[in-house]
Design a binder for this molecule. Structure first.
Ligand SMILES: Nc1ncnc2c1ncn2[C@@H]1O[C@H](COP(=O)(O)OP(=O)(O)OP(=O)(O)O)[C@@H](O)[C@H]1O
Ligand SMILES: [Mg+2]
Length: 462
């Protein structure tokens, strides 16, 4: 178990949250300091002004630093799906001694990464094993200490645009933070929200924040799909402001106070119920608007967001494979009736509205849907009880792995296997498509033509 002191930063478009934490002796996460600041210089998941964004990050970090003198050993920061692309790959290596150690696990993961075609202006953020295969045993969750002569892996790779990552690094440098790891926002949410059953049967997490909606489908211990739409709860505020000619702060209050997606009870006529709102430009005077009108505007936007997500999931072919259903989180999940509307939009797929695992502490309430990402970052950085992964430094992560064990000789391409070439073609096709988060659907032709059963197994998952 690691006892390093971690700084986690969630860069949202509404607020920036910084948390300093380390593990207690009993392995529980101990929060040492927290800070939040209003988000500035960030829009729709991307840094739009480095100077301003750095200041906002600095504010949050300094507040957190104010309550602890611990030296920070490492840091993790969330990145938005706005500039990421996901792809799949396969790797296989021989096991010379017949016993699988972390050396072979690292090698096979590096091989899968090597086999993937990463577009030049993109950098690797995560390489996650969807499953391993040891000789003929498929679906191996953790191959460590298993006996076998060949180890194979199917991975999901998250890549992110280098320029966007450089902007985040520059903003952090101005604050004096050396970055350790980037973590995909949706992946962090999935880590903080999903339980064992949901992981096992597969679930999709939808995090609806201020200006972004991030979604990640998760199965086993890997992302199998990630997507993003640049729309969030601020759009509702904007719609209300524009359509009702009222200032944004009044529109935000209307949204929080009167937002309700449930059909009103028949005895209640919402067209009669009126609300007084200030007029834009002349805030002394007010106008009256019916509750029904307010709720219709809100309903239209939320329905649109959910339908957009549904369409993306449908295109990816993933929706049929998310056995445990959909988990909704993020600030907008607090809107009354969102569960019912989502159940309708997603055609009776089980819907759960969730807050992250509550880490008890004296500083900040984590039992809140806007905290999913930051809690996920803390687990990512401090909880070693997860599966293997190559992180954004392409280093193998897993329970207290000794550094020496991770230095692996450069991966050599062993027998150039046909299936890997085929896979490359597939991935290239994916990348050429404009919406590259969309995964390739496998044609029958591919399945039949010598792509091993291994690959067929992968296809079943999508
Ligand atoms: N009851 C509510 N109904 C609808 N929206 C709400 C409610 N409460 C908060 N919100 C909205 O949630 C948003 C903030 O959520 P969150 O903190 O998850 O966003 P963020 O992470 O900063 O943004 P992003 O993820 O888009 O970068 C704000 O737009 C706020 O108006
Ligand atoms: Mg967020």
């Amino acid at each position: 178990m690691s006892n390093k002191t971690l700084l986690a930063i969630d860069v949202g478009s509404t607020s920036i949250t910084a948390v300093i934490a380390k593990n207690n002796l009993d392995g529980k996460i101990n929060i040492l300091g927290t800070g939040t600041s209003k988000s500035e210089g960030i829009n729709k998941g991307s840094i739009t002004n480095i100077e301003v964004a750095s200041k906002a990050i600095k504010n949050a970090v300094n507040i957190a630093r104010g309550s602890t003198s611990e030296v920070i050993d490492s840091s993790v920061i969330s990145i938005s799906g706005a500039y990421t692309k996901g792809l799949r790959s396969l790797g296989s290596v021989n096991v010379p001694n017949g016993l699988i150690t972390e050396t072979e696990i690292n090698q096979v993961m590096q091989m899968a990464l090597y086999n993937a075609t990463i577009i030049p202006e993109y950098e690797v953020v995560h390489v996650l094993p969807i499953f391993f295969k040891v000789d003929d045993s498929k679906d191996v969750e953790n191959p460590l200490n298993m006996n076998g002569s060949r180890l194979e892996v199917a991975v999901y790779i998250v890549t992110a645009k280098r320029t966007a990552l450089t902007n985040v690094k520059s903003a952090l440098k101005q604050v004096g933070i050396e970055l350790t790891n980037f973590v995909l926002d949706g992946y962090a949410s999935a880590i903080s929200l999903l339980d064992e059953q949901q992981n096992k049967f597969g679930a999709t997490v939808i995090n609806i924040g201020g200006t972004t909606t991030e979604f990640v489908s998760y199965k086993g211990s890997s992302i199998v799909y990630n997507g993003f739409i640049p729309v969030g709860s601020n759009h509702i505020t904007n719609d209300l402001s524009v359509m009702l000619h009222t200032p944004p702060n009044a529109a935000e209050t209307l949204k929080i106070k009167y937002g309700n997606l449930l059909k009103s009870n028949e005895n209640e006529d919402l067209t009669i119920k009126k609300v007084k709102i200030p007029r834009i430009g002349d805030e002394q005077s007010t106008s009256e608007v019916s509750l029904d009108h307010i709720q219709t505007i809100i309903h239209a936007r939320v329905e649109e967001i959910l339908v957009l997500v549904k369409n993306k999931l449908k295109q990816s072919g993933i929706q049929e494979n998310i056995g445990a259903g959909i988990v909704i989180t993020g600030g907008m999940s607090q809107l009354s009736g969102i569960k019912e509307l989502a159940t309708k939009v997603f055609e009776n797929t089980p819907i759960k509205i969730s807050n992250p695992i509550n880490i008890k502490n004296g500083y900040m309430n984590f039992d809140d849907p806007t905290m999913s990402t930051i809690v996920g970052l803390l687990f990512y950085g401090l909880d070693d009880n997860r599966t293997y992964e190559l992180d954004s430094n392409k280093k193998l992560m897993k329970r207290a792995v000794k550094k020496e064990e991770l230095t692996i000789p450069p991966v050599q391409k062993e027998e150039p296997v046909v299936k890997e070439e085929k896979l490359k073609e597939k991935i290239n096709e994916t990348l050429e498509k404009e919406d590259s988060t969309k995964l390739p659907t496998l044609s029958k032709k591919d399945k039949g033509k010598g792509m091993s059963r291994f690959w067929s197994k992968v296809s079943e998952w999508f």
